[in-house]
Design a binder for this molecule. Structure first.
Ligand code: NAD
Length: 338
């Protein structure tokens, strides 16, 4: 297999690159990444020691570049996206360009070069909020924020290349990932890095929003399964993490970091914040998918990674403090990605 991986310098993509490089049937892994604020070569680290790995800095919307790269590969796993929800409140156009046009550009090249598999990586947020129950793959798409809307659109674009041209597209939709190497704007690294520095953290509303927390390695295992065994034209939910409200998550993180509730302040909710996501992942389980990571242990391991690698996040924390989007409204709202 000769794999093109877009967004491989980001959080999930870099874990996937490290995982797939060890597979004997993988001859070549090429990462295409624009290295935006979310992408870092350091995330790939020791992966660069592998003679199988090549890195190309470029934009997934660059049709000529994408065409030349896809031509040389037998499969594509497409992680590249604008993924930070709060930023989509102020820069929705960038989200639509990268997430929708970028996906169409890849799908177009995948169709033209008759590659064996195109895995498009998406999110449970496309289903919108579920107050009860769990979304199966045929649940209606009801995204509520620009990020989720751009991902829902990109899912439909990718699948249209299966329906129209028979391109072998699979879509994965996972719940919230956590683990080492995540950008410190996201809630778990944001809280851990602030608590480790003795700084306060802020909780939206009363912290009642519920997310399913999936270890990044479990998501990558699910994506690899879909790459190898998924049926073309199908969508696969990747869940099975731990359901937890932001308040309970904060409680865990305070305990792990040796802090207490005095360091927490409540702020008004962000412009839009779905109360609960939940997915049914029976379909992928039928292919053998089983999440293996214990949430409590995974959180400790994640917090320890941030404790042990300040050089990886401290510069990003400073720069993101400078560039965080400001939402104009009569109430101060602080970015916080869950
Ligand atoms: P990330 O923001 O950490 O990484 C995105 C990567 O894409 C970065 O390396 C960035 O440089 C690159 N990129 C951005 N725009 C690009 C462009 N125009 N051309 C080329 N590269 C570009 O994201 P992540 O958390 O690793 O998420 C990866 C994928 O998984 C995304 O598609 C996201 O929607 C999806 N997803 C993420 C989560 C999560 O919890 N993080 C959950 C479900 C689905």
């Amino acid at each position: 297999m000769r794999l093109l991986i877009t967004g491989g310098a980001g959080f999930i993509g870099s874990h996937f690159v490290r995982r797939i490089l060890s597979a004997d049937d993988v001859e070549q892994v090429t990462v295409l990444d624009a290295l935006t604020y979310a992408g870092h070569l350091a995330n790939l680290g020791e992966a660069f020691l592998s003679p199988k790995l090549a890195f190309v800095r470029g934009n997934v919307c660059d049709a000529d570049l994408v065409d030349a790269l896809v031509r040389d590969h037998t499969a594509v796993v497409h992680f590249a996206a604008e993924s930070h929800v709060d930023r989509s409140f102020t820069t929705a156009g960038t989200f639509l360009a990268t997430n929708v046009q970028g996906t169409q550009t890849i799908a177009d090249a995948a169709m033209r070069h008759s590659i064996d598999r195109f895995v498009h990586v998406s999110t449970d947020e496309v289903y919108g909020p579920l107050l009860e129950g769990a979304a199966t793959e045929d649940y209606p798409l009801r995204p509520t924020v620009p990020y989720a809307a751009s991902k829902a659109a990109s899912d439909l674009v990718a699948l249209s290349y299966w329906h129209t041209y028979g391109a072998p597209v699979c879509v994965t939709r996972s719940s919230n990932n956590y683990g080492p190497c995540q950008h410190p704007e996201k809630i778990i690294p944001l809280f851990v890095t602030r608590l480790l520095r003795g700084e306060p953290v802020t909780l939206h509303d009363r912290g009642q929003h519920v997310r399913n927390w999936l270890h990044v390695e479990d998501n990558c295992a699910g994506i690899e399964l879909v790459l190898r065994q998924g049926a073309p034209g199908e969508v696969y939910n990747i869940g099975g993490g731990t359901d937890m409200s932001s308040r309970d998550l904060t409680d865990e993180l305070l305990r792990i970091c040796g802090a207490d509730w005095d360091q927490v302040t409540y702020i008004p909710d962000r412009l839009s914040n779905d109360l609960r996501y939940a997915m049914d992942w029976t379909k992928l389980a039928a292919l053998g998918y089983r999440p293996t990571r214990d949430f409590a242990a995974g959180l400790v391991e994640t917090a320890n990674w941030y404790r042990d690698n300040p050089d990886r996040w401290a510069p990003l924390s400073r720069s993101s403090a400078d560039t965080r989007p400001r939402v104009t409204s009569d109430t101060a709202r602080e970015p916080q990605h869950a």
